[in-house]
Design a protein around this ligand. Structure first.
Ligand code: CA2
Length: 145
């Protein structure tokens, strides 16, 4: 059995589906989890799916992924635009990293056009709502082989 694909989500995404559906869609994070699990299963992987509102906890999980994961899918949410600490953790990872966003940050406010995470990501999937996660898992499964 291969190592799992870690799918980590950052702050406020626990509230997904409850506001701004025109930007983020109507699906909840539990719906997203189900999509990720199904796509990973079809590619022979399991998923470790977690969300945190805390930067340090996300960093702990990224460090854990060094030994425990085949690849990482990360939606850093707001931390993507601010966190050098998460970038530093990703640089030490040594496994493929797929950055993932529900919306397309490049088409939004100027402050969203840069993410630190992108500097360490193998690739980015954004703008497809919950399907961004599915596509990111697909990419991660391909990279993990
Ligand atoms: O599009 C994305 O996935 C983002 O990572 C979402 C972040 C935002 O800061 C990034 O620029 C792009 C915001 C997450 C807010 O969480 C939500 C909570 C409830 C409903 C919708 C989103």
């Amino acid at each position: 059995m291969p190592k799992p694909i870690y799918v980590l989500s950052g702050p406020n995404l626990n509230l997904l589906g409850t506001r701004e559906p025109e930007i983020y869609g109507h699906q909840t994070l539990d719906d997203v989890r189900a999509l990720c699990e199904a796509r990973a299963k079809a590619r022979g992987f399991e998923v470790v799916f977690r969300q945190s509102n805390h930067e340090g906890e996300l960093i702990d999980w990224i460090q854990e992924a060094r030994n425990e994961a085949a690849a990482l899918v990360l939606n850093p949410a707001g931390y993507g635009h601010t966190s050098v600490a998460i970038l530093d953790a990703l640089k030490m990872l040594g496994i493929p990293v797929v950055e993932c966003h529900l919306s397309n940050p490049a088409a939004r406010e100027a402050f969203r056009r840069k993410t630190y995470v992108s500097l360490a990501a193998t690739g980015i999937v954004s703008g497809f709502g919950a399907a961004s996660y599915e596509l990111a898992v697909e990419a991660a499964a391909g990279l993990a082989r």
